[in-house]
Ligand binder design. Structure first.
Ligand code: ADP
Ligand code: ZN
Length: 613
């Protein structure tokens, strides 16, 4: 989120410019007035003034309540202006007349200046500010994001100079966003060629993985303006006007189109009602509704792309994810070793490093850290070197900076220990090997031990070959074995199991239950439907309607026994499978520990490698 070099949005600039000019003019007028009335005048005492009158030196004067101003002749015979403080002197007029001085009264003078400088200017100024503020409050259009002194985090970057080359790694994400870049370059042309105009892209990923950077780079690649705002500030800053703020934001965006509007931390606005039931928040809801309405409303040929970022996609209101809204989701993963190396290289470019710096090693030393951490480390290392007055940044500086960064993160419980990492590697390898060997399981796409959030320390991603509508009993059981493979691997290697397998267990149980109660695939229970699915996705527990009242206690008990029995059998099968391929398990796990991410082909290489089977 380093938006520091971005300009704040135009509206604010106009407003501050206006204010500045106003103040300058006021000061100018005031000084001009001072200048003409006093500057050139000689200030003299009242007694001097009387003396001058008596010597016939005063030519003319004007008398006001407070001052007497006029012209006198000085010693050299030159005319000069003078000013003196008026004194209550009843003889003055007589004296002036006696010496034939031209005089006039000027009572209105101070009254007018008092009026202007004491009342009209300050009140005019206050009125002006009040007018601006109420204008904001009413939410009418005009100078967007108007008041405040730079507290707003709405930024406009007309021409971001960040390119994809500044975002290291994230190749998959870059690939996915290519289409958006093409579209932004020429929205009309894109549509003429038959592309469906995209609207919203949701970037999902942990804090600091570079979501903001990536969105900005997308604007940079397409050469379009980048407007960014943070969701949480949206709500906080504009109490009572969130909805009209959204309207203003979109109006402004339409004027700038094609452009990208980036909403960071969208979960602050788009939290699902289900996660918010205790504190119902009308403000947030109105803002969300307005956002949805704007996204539905604007013509997509206009070329406004809304990108939003979140690290908790699961709590978002499903309405946000419907077609025509944030229907594209791009996952920005935490970087693996190679990714971290690339990020180090991007940031090291900006500093002078000694030849002893081993970037590969730096990447290996920083598992689980994200781009923002690495940017910090490089910065810190440079500072350390500068403090020591060294000619370049050495490896030792990096090592110390990494230690500091990791120590800081450990305090926040964000770093996993070596022991945990090893366990996760074996767990995921267990899933992967079962999936690889069992014909009914979906093929493995990717195995990763890079933690992804609070619950998942690693994951094995399986992709179905094609959409299947029919599953055989064997296929369902293979899935269960695969799910239990993680736990089985842990037991084989460590002799104990961890809590990490909890989600696996509940998913496996769901499948086994469905097999018995919904599909009549169990011999003991037979062809009876005890539960029906309603709506919810296939093989998920949501939306199950239990025929509870029609089921006898005996049957329920029998179902429970059958579930336990089948789960037991599947677990035994997983264990057997992994025991016969224990060497592969070890190879895969150690490979995972060094590479952190393993793809389909690499898994195949390991499984079909020559050393033993
Ligand atoms: P997020 O929006 O996901 O919280 P940011 O985009 O704000 O993360 O990233 C913060 C900083 O970390 C960036 O400004 C950049 O310096 C650095 N950074 C993060 N990811 C990368 C990356 N892939 N390549 C280079 N620098 C990165
Ligand atoms: Zn698992």
């Amino acid at each position: 989120m380093d938006n520091n070099n971005d300009k704040q949005l135009k509206g604010f600039n106009n407003f501050s410019k206006f204010l500045l000019i106003y103040i300058l003019i006021a000061f100018f007028m005031f000084y001009m007035y001072q200048y003409f009335t006093t500057q050139q005048s000689v200030e003299i005492s009242y007694s001097q003034f009387k003396e001058l009158i008596n010597k016939d030196k005063v030519k003319s004067c004007s008398i006001s309540e407070k001052y007497i101003k006029g012209i006198y002749i000085d010693k050299n015979g030159k005319k000069r202006r003078f000013i003196t403080v008026a004194v209550n002197d009843p003889d003055l007029i007589k004296d002036l007349e006696a010496h034939h001085v031209d005089f006039s009264g000027k009572i209105t003078n101070t009254w007018l200046t008092n009026l202007i400088f004491g009342w009209i200017l300050p009140f005019g100024f206050l009125f002006f500010i009040w007018w601006l503020m109420t204008k904001k409050m009413r939410g009418t259009s005009g100078g967007l994001f108007g008041f405040g002194k730079g507290r707003f985090k709405v930024y406009l970057n007309e021409k971001p100079d960040v390119k994809f080359s500044d975002v290291a790694g994230a190749d998959e994400a870059k690939q996915e966003i290519r289409e958006i870049v093409e579209y932004l370059k020429d929205p009309q042309k894109y549509q003429r060629l038959g592309g469906r105009a995209p609207k919203g892209v949701l970037l999902v990923g942990a804090p600091g993985v570079g979501k903001t950077l990536f969105a900005k780079a997308t604007a940079g690649e397409a050469g379009v303006p980048f407007i960014s705002i943070s969701g949480s500030e949206f709500i906080e800053m504009f109490v009572g006007v969130g909805a009209s703020r959204v309207r203003d934001l979109f109006n402004e965006a339409k004027k700038l189109s094609p452009c990208i509007v980036f909403i960071d931390e969208i979960d602050a606005i788009g939290k699902s009602r289900a996660f918010n039931s205790l504190t119902s928040n009308d403000e947030r809801e109105q803002t969300l509704n307005q956002l949805l309405a704007e996204m539905d409303g604007f013509d997509s040929s206009k070329g406004v792309i809304i990108m939003a970022a979140t690290n908790r996609p699961e709590i978002l209101d499903p309405a946000l994810l419907r077609p025509g809204r944030f229907d594209r989701q791009i996952i920005v993963d935490k970087p693996d070793v190679k990714g971290r190396e690339a990020i180090f290289r991007v940031h090291i470019k900006k500093i002078k490093i000694s030849p002893d710096v081993d970037v590969k090693k730096l990447a290996q030393m920083t598992p689980g850290l994200v781009g923002a951490d690495i940017a910090n480390i490089v910065n810190e290392a440079a500072l350390l070197a500068a403090r020591e007055n060294r000619d370049a940044v050495y490896m030792e500086h990096f090592e110390e900076a990494i230690e500091r960064q990791i120590a800081g993160l450990k305090k926040k419980n964000k770093v996993i220990s070596e022991e945990e990492k090893k366990r996760v590697a074996y767990h995921e390898s267990g899933h992967a090997i079962c999936a690889y060997l069992l014909p009914g399981a979906d093929p493995v796409h990717k195995i990763s031990i890079i933690p992804r959030g609070l619950s998942a320390l690693g994951y094995t991603q399986q992709l179905p070959v094609d959409d299947k509508y029919l599953l055989t009993k064997e296929e369902m059981l293979d899935k269960v074995v695969t799910l239990l493979g993680g736990r089985a691997a842990e037991e084989i290697i460590f002799g104990s199991v961890s809590t990490g397998a909890q989600n696996d267990l509940s998913r496996a149980t769901d499948i086994v239950r469905a097999l018995i109660t919904q599909f009549g695939m169990d011999e003991e229970i037979g062809l009876v439907v005890l539960e029906e699915r309603s709506g919810g996705r296939f093989l998920t527990s949501e939306g199950i309607i239990s025929q509870d009242n029609k089921i006898s206690e005996r049957t329920k008990q029998l179902v429970d026994e059958e579930v336990a029995k089948i789960m037991g059998e599947c677990y035994a099968k997983a264990k057997e499978l992994l025991l016969t391929h224990k060497d592969k398990l070890k190879m895969l796990a150690s490979e995972l520990l060094t590479k952190e991410v393993i793809n389909e082909d690499e898994l195949k290489n390991i499984m079909e490698g020559d050393n033993g089977d």
